[in-house]
Design a protein around this ligand. Structure first.
Ligand SMILES: [Zn+2]
Length: 238
C-alpha cells in the first residue's frame, strides 16, 4: 500500500510539473501574440503628431451635470489620459491646455471672451504641424434621455470624416454607444487647416451617463476607445 501511494505521488508530481509546463508554454504564446499585436498597433501611430484640445476651461465651465460635474474638468481629465496612452506609443502629443485656463486674454481681436479663446486655440492648431486635432467635449441636451459618446468631423474633409468614423466605431464597440459620426459645424473645426474632430464623450444631461463619467475608470475606457479609433485611422489611412 505504501508503495502504491508513493507511485501515485510520483505520478501526480509528474502530472503537476507537466501542467505547469503546459501553462507556461500557453502563457508564453499568448504573451508573444499580445506583444506582437501591441507592437503592430504602436507601429501604426509611432511618430505621428496629435494635438489635443481639452474644450472650455478657466472662465468657461462648459456644460454642467445635475450633480455639479463640470465639462471643462472631464474634458481635461480625458485629454490627459489620452495624452499618456499616446505618449507611451511614441506619438508626439501637443496639449492646447493642461490646466484649468482659458485664452481669452491672448488677443484683442474679438468682442467676446469665448471668441477670443477659440481664436487662440485655432491659431495654435494651425501652427502645430500636427497630423490631426482632437477636440474633447461633453454633451448636454434639454431632454435627459439622450446619451452616448459621439464624434463630429470637419465639414467636407474626407480625412476628418474617416477619423470620426474610426473613433465612433470604437465608441460603439467599446462603450456601447449607438450613435453615428456626423459632420459638425464647430468654429474650431471650420477654421483649422488640418483634419480634426470634436469628440463628445457623453451627455452630462443624462443622469446614468453623468454617473459613468464621474468614474475615473470609465474615463480611462473613454480615452482608450479614442486611442483605438486613432490607431485604426492611421492604419487605414497610411
Ligand atoms: Zn463643450
Amino acid at each position: 500500500v505504501r508503495r502504491k501511494i508513493r507511485v501515485y505521488f510520483v505520478e501526480s508530481k509528474h502530472l503537476y510539473f507537466t501542467a505547469i509546463f503546459v501553462c507556461l508554454a500557453i502563457g508564453c504564446c499568448l504573451l508573444n501574440l499580445s506583444t506582437s499585436i501591441l507592437s503592430s498597433t504602436i507601429r501604426e501611430i509611432r511618430g505621428k503628431k496629435v494635438i489635443i484640445d481639452a474644450g472650455h476651461g478657466g472662465f468657461d465651465p462648459g456644460a454642467k451635470s445635475a450633480k455639479g460635474l463640470l465639462e471643462k474638468e472631464l474634458n481635461l481629465d480625458v485629454a490627459k489620459r489620452l495624452m499618456r496612452l499616446l505618449s507611451k506609443a511614441g506619438v508626439k502629443v501637443m496639449m492646447i491646455r493642461e490646466t484649468d485656463i482659458d485664452f481669452s486674454d491672448r488677443n484683442e481681436l474679438f468682442n467676446t471672451k469665448k471668441r477670443r479663446d477659440l481664436y487662440y486655440r485655432i491659431q495654435i492648431a494651425n501652427q502645430s504641424d500636427a497630423d490631426v486635432l482632437l477636440s474633447i467635449h461633453a454633451n448636454s441636451f434639454p431632454q435627459i434621455i439622450y446619451r452616448g459618446a459621439q464624434t463630429f468631423y470637419k465639414l467636407n474633409d474626407e480625412n476628418s470624416k474617416l477619423l470620426a468614423e474610426c473613433i465612433q466605431n470604437s465608441f460603439n464597440n467599446n462603450l456601447g454607444s449607438t450613435r453615428k459620426a456626423r459632420p459638425g459645424d464647430y468654429r474650431i473645426l471650420n477654421d483649422i487647416n488640418l483634419p480634426g474632430v470634436t469628440i463628445e464623450i457623453g451627455f452630462l444631461s443624462n443622469p446614468q451617463e453623468a454617473l459613468l463619467l464621474s468614474d475615473p475608470q470609465y474615463r480611462e475606457r473613454v480615452a482608450d476607445a479614442i486611442y483605438t479609433g486613432l490607431v485604426n485611422y492611421f492604419a487605414i489611412k497610411d
